[in-house]
Design a protein around this ligand. Structure first.
Ligand SMILES: *[C@@H]1O[C@H](CO)[C@@H](O)[C@H](O)[C@H]1NC(C)=O
Ligand SMILES: *[C@@H]1O[C@H](CO)[C@@H](O)[C@H](O)[C@H]1NC(C)=O
Ligand SMILES: *[C@@H]1O[C@H](CO)[C@@H](O)[C@H](O)[C@H]1NC(C)=O
Ligand SMILES: *[C@@H]1O[C@H](CO)[C@@H](O)[C@H](O)[C@H]1NC(C)=O
Ligand SMILES: *[C@@H]1O[C@H](CO)[C@@H](O)[C@H](O)[C@H]1NC(C)=O
Ligand SMILES: *[C@@H]1O[C@H](CO)[C@@H](O)[C@H](O)[C@H]1NC(C)=O
Ligand SMILES: *[C@@H]1O[C@H](CO)[C@@H](O)[C@H](O)[C@H]1NC(C)=O
Ligand SMILES: *[C@@H]1O[C@H](CO)[C@@H](O)[C@H](O)[C@H]1NC(C)=O
Ligand SMILES: *[C@@H]1O[C@H](CO)[C@@H](O)[C@H](O)[C@H]1NC(C)=O
Length: 276
């Protein structure tokens, strides 16, 4: 009887959690054929098909992959055919090199408009806005960068993003979480704080002054604070992955090669949960 009860409660919890994170599935998009990124490698393996490589990429939370398709491989290749990269190239693509054996794929299929985008390995690309803005202005600025205010709903994210602030010597910044209807904090991508048990409130937070302290800050001490949405703060944007990828829209500064006219197999989709 007790055992049954446990099962029921447990499955209800699990279902509830899944409902919370029904985010868009991530895809790797072909960005540059005959190129290989020299960004840090999180994992590598030999796969004959791109599908296997992508699956490894998502499992290892890689933001990009280098894959060597069978037709481009060399007989004496001493490298693995699939390299999962911790980060993705931003504008300029300065660590992409010519390599006819490899194609470069990235989760970020829209141009990353800022060379200063900060990569947090296995998490995403972020940008700390330079000016002091209120919440609405900050949200709009992030959107203008093809992004949103950052999601801090997990411990891993809270800790990694606090480090981004610390590196920039910034004490606190708006993130994408606001209070709805006096109690429920919800992230800008729809996830409710009720979905998880993790909390990082600074002592005394969240302030119960509803309707006034309805926006959220992350601090460099790895804590969360409530603040009025009208206050002016730095803000942390998270660049949103996924396409659609418009050929040639990334790395305009690079010289295009004839391979880029090839239209096939641009997007390979894999329905797997977003990194959380
Ligand atoms: C991986 O595959 C390449 C190309 O097929 C091959 O040359 C290489 O020896 C393989 N590496 C390992 C460690 O199996
Ligand atoms: C890469 O290839 C292009 C075209 O084949 C060539 O113009 C360019 O110089 C090469 N770059 C490097 C760094 O080898
Ligand atoms: C990027 O960094 C440079 C130098 O660190 C700075 O001058 C510039 O304002 C930054 N750009 C943005 C959009 O923050
Ligand atoms: C959006 O970005 C462009 C260029 O990056 C800039 O000119 C424009 O003012 C920005 N708009 C807003 C609303 O911030
Ligand atoms: C913070 O700076 C250190 C040292 O420069 C660097 O190794 C680390 O990757 C940075 N972390 C983040 C999240 O930017
Ligand atoms: C706000 O919460 C109250 C009580 O929890 C509930 O009755 C009401 O429907 C909620 N309103 C909205 C707009 O969600
Ligand atoms: C932010 O400032 C703008 C004016 O610059 C104002 O229209 C807007 O209502 C403010 N947002 C908040 C949440 O106070
Ligand atoms: C791109 O290629 C053209 C010729 O194909 C060359 O004239 C030009 O200098 C190249 N630009 C760069 C940035 O390499
Ligand atoms: C495009 O891909 C399909 C399916 O993989 C294949 O049958 C077709 O020949 C490809 N076309 C070109 C032009 O490569």
């Amino acid at each position: 009887m007790l055992f049954m009860l446990f099962l029921i409660t447990n499955s209800a919890l699990i279902t509830g959690y899944e409902d919370c994170f029904n985010n868009k599935p991530l895809k790797y998009h072909l960005i540059e054929k005959c190129h290989r990124s020299k960004l840090g490698i999180a994992a590598y393996a030999n796969f004959t098909s791109i599908t296997g490589c992508q699956r490894l990429g998502l499992e290892k939370r890689g933001l990009a992959i280098n894959f060597s398709p069978p037709e481009a491989r060399e007989d004496d290749m001493d490298q693995y055919t699939c390299e999962v990269l911790r980060c993705a190239e931003s504008e300029g693509g300065s660590s992409l090199v010519n390599d006819t054996r490899f194609d470069y794929y990235s989760l970020y299929a829209r141009p990353i408009p800022i060379e200063n985008a900060t990569c947090v390995p296995a998490t995403g690309m972020f940008h700390l806005l330079p000016n002091l803005l209120n919440y609405t202005e900050a949200a709009r600025e992030c959107m203008n960068l093809s992004g949103n205010l950052a999601d801090i709903i997990t411990e891993q994210r809270t800790e990694a993003l606090a480090q981004v602030l610390a590196n920039a010597s910034v004490n606190e910044a708006f993130v994408g979480m606001t209070r709805h209807n006096t109690s429920v904090f919800r992230s800008d991508n729809g996830n409710s704080l009720d979905c998880t048990t993790y909390r990082a409130w600074a002592p005394g937070h969240p302030w119960r002054n509803f309707y006034e302290y309805d926006c959220m800050l992350i601090t460099r001490q790895k804590t969360w604070k409530t603040t009025p949405c009208s206050s002016r703060r730095r803000a942390l944007c998270e660049l949103v992955p996924n396409g659609p990828y418009k050929r040639g829209s990334i790395f305009l500064s690079r010289n295009r090669t004839e391979t880029l006219t090839q239209k096939n197999s641009t997007e390979i989709s894999t329905a797997m949960a977003l990194f959380k």
